[in-house]
Write a protein that binds this ligand. Structure first.
Ligand code: ADP
Length: 433
C-alpha cells in the first residue's frame, strides 16, 4: 500500500510541475500580448510608446529583429550567450537552459519593418516565476507528507490488528497441539475477509480431525467391546475345564465352545485386518477378468450346501463381466448373500440378479426378510453398526463397511433399498472395466 501511495504521490508531483510550467508559459504569453499594444511599425519605422514596459515584475521584454539583434531593451545581466543566441521564432512559449538556470521565452511578431520582421521577446527565469508558486508548492508538499503519514499510520494500525488476529489463531493451534483438545476452534471476527477464510478453512479441517478422532475412539471401544465377550467365554470355559471337568464328554463340550468363540475372534480379527490393509492400500488389487455370474453361482452353491432346503435361492443371471480382484469381489457377494439369508425367515426366498446397465455391471441380492428402517439405512455402512432388530443375530457389523470399501477400491458402489418388515435389496455396482 505504501509503495502505491509513493507512486501516486510522485505522479501527482510530476503532473503538478507540468501544470505550473504550463501556467507560467500562459502568463508569459499574456504579458507579451499586453505589451504588443504599445509597439507598432509605421512607414517601416519601429514606434514604441512610453507605456511599453521593459520589465513587468519578473518578465523582461526586448524588441528584436529576426536575426536576434536587439532593437530596444536589454537581456538581464546574468544571461549567457545561449539565451542571447536563442533563435527568434513566432511560436508558443519555449524553454532554454543557460548557466544552469531554466528560462521561458516567448517571441511575438509585431510586423515587418524590413524583410526580416520585428518581434517582442518576453523572458522569465524559472526560479523567479516559481517563487509565486512556492506557497502552493509547500502546501502540496505538506499535504503529500500528510497523506503519506495517514496512509502509513493506517497501515500500521491495520497490520497490528491483522497480527493480533493471526496471533490468536496461532495460540489456538498451539493449544490444540499441546493438549489435543479437538473441540477448540479458531475465532476471528469477519473484519478481515482473507483471515476469516483462513480461520474457516482451519476450522473445517479441525471438524474433520475431531470427527476422525471420535471415530477412532469409538472404533477402539467397539473392537474392545466385541472381543470382550468371546474372550470372557473362552477364559470362563478354561477355568471350568481346569477345576470342574471330569469326563471326556464334558471336556469335548468345553473345547467345542472354546473353538466356536475363537472362530468368532478370528473372524473379527480377519475382517479388521482386511479393513486396515484396504485402508492403507496394502492390498495389491488383482486385475483379473471377473464373471459375476460365475461368482454368484459358486457363492450360492456354498450357501445351499450349508442351509439346504431352509432357504430357496432363485438366480436370474445375465452376462456381467468386468475386471478386478476376484477374491475381494467374492467376499462382497458372499456378505450380501449371507446377510440376505441371515435376515430372512426360515424357508424364505432370495432373488439374485446379475447384468449390465449403461457403463456398469451389477449384482442384486433381494430378500423378503426383516428389512431395515429408513433411519438405519445409512448407519448400516458404519463399522460395528447392527440394527436394533438384529442385535442378537450373528455378526459384528463389519461385513457391509468392508464390502463398501472393496467396491470403492474397484471404482464401484453399493446401494440399499429396504422397507422394515418387507425385505431388502442390496446392489453392488462395478464399472465395466
Ligand atoms: P453383520 O455381520 O452384523 O451382518 P453387516 O455389516 O453385514 O454386519 O450388516 C450390518 C447390519 O445391517 C446387520 O447387523 C443388520 O442389522 C443390517 N443388515 C444387513 N443386511 C441386511 C438385510 N439383508 N436385511 C436386514 N438387515 C440387514
Amino acid at each position: 500500500m505504501s509503495i502505491m501511495a509513493i507512486i501516486m504521490l510522485i505522479m501527482i508531483r510530476i503532473l503538478s510541475n507540468a501544470a505550473v510550467e504550463y501556467d507560467i508559459k500562459q502568463e508569459l504569453s499574456k504579458a507579451v500580448n499586453q505589451n504588443f499594444r504599445y509597439v507598432s511599425i509605421e512607414d517601416r519605422e519601429l514606434k514604441v510608446t512610453e507605456n511599453f514596459s521593459y520589465r513587468d515584475e519578473d518578465v523582461v521584454f526586448l524588441i528584436l529583429n529576426k536575426a536576434g539583434e536587439i532593437l530596444k531593451g536589454d537581456y538581464p545581466e546574468e544571461v549567457a550567450d545561449t539565451l542571447i543566441s536563442f533563435p527568434v521564432k513566432n511560436t508558443v512559449g519555449r524553454s532554454v537552459v543557460c548557466n544552469g538556470e531554466k528560462y521561458y521565452v516567448k517571441d511575438l511578431r509585431i510586423g515587418r519593418s524590413d524583410s526580416k520582421g520585428i518581434f517582442i521577446r518576453g523572458i522569465i527565469k524559472k526560479s523567479d516565476a516559481y517563487s509565486h508558486y512556492r506557497t502552493i508548492e509547500l502546501v502540496s508538499y505538506l499535504s503529500i507528507v500528510g497523506i503519506f503519514c495517514v496512509i502509513f499510520i493506517g497501515e500500521l494500525i491495520l497490520s497490528k490488528r491483522i497480527s493480533i488476529e493471526l496471533k490468536n489463531m496461532c495460540k489456538t493451534a498451539e493449544s490444540i497441539g499441546s493438549n489435543l483438545d479437538m473441540s477448540q476452534r479458531m475465532e476471528c471476527d469477519n473484519r478481515f475477509h482473507e483471515i476469516a477464510i483462513l480461520a474457516q478453512a482451519n476450522n473445517r479441517m479441525l471438524d474433520r480431525m475431531e470427527q476422525t478422532f471420535l471415530t477412532q475412539e469409538q472404533f477402539t471401544s467397539d473392537v474392545a467391546h466385541e472381543l470382550r465377550t468371546p474372550v470372557a467365554v473362552v477364559m470362563a470355559q478354561c477355568e471350568y475345564a481346569k477345576d470342574k471337568v471330569t469326563s471326556k464328554d464334558e471336556f469335548e463340550e468345553v473345547l467345542d465352545v472354546v473353538y466356536r468363540q475363537s472362530k468368532k475372534i478370528n473372524t473379527i480379527i480377519t475382517q479388521l485386518l482386511n479393513f486396515s490393509r484396504l485402508d492403507q492400500d496394502r492390498v495389491q488389487l488383482q486385475n483379473e477378468t471377473i464373471d459375476l455370474m460365475e461368482i454368484v453361482e459358486s457363492v450360492c452353491e456354498e450357501q445351499e450346501d450349508k442351509f439346504g432346503a431352509a432357504i430357496s435361492m432363485e438366480l436370474h443371471l445375465k452376462e456381467a463381466v468386468t475386471t478386478g480382484d476376484i477374491n475381494l469381489i467374492s467376499i462382497v457377494i458372499q456378505n450380501l448373500v449371507t446377510n440376505a439369508i441371515k435376515f430372512s425367515d426360515e424357508y424364505g426366498k432370495i432373488d439374485i440378479r446379475t447384468g449390465e446397465v449403461e457403463n456398469e455391471v451389477y449384482v442384486t441380492v433381494q430378500d423378503y426378510g426383516i428389512g431395515i428402517k429408513k433411519e438405519e439405512q445409512e448407519r448400516i455402512f458404519q463399522r460395528f453398526y447392527k440394527c436394533e432388530k438384529s442385535r442378537n443375530a450373528e455378526g459384528f457389523g463389519l461385513g457391509l463397511p468392508l464390502s463398501v470399501k472393496i467396491a470403492e477400491k474397484h471404482g464401484g458402489r453399493i446401494t440399499v433399498f429396504s422397507e422394515a418388515g418387507m425385505g431388502s435389496i442390496f446392489t453392488l455396482y462395478l464399472p465395466k472395466n
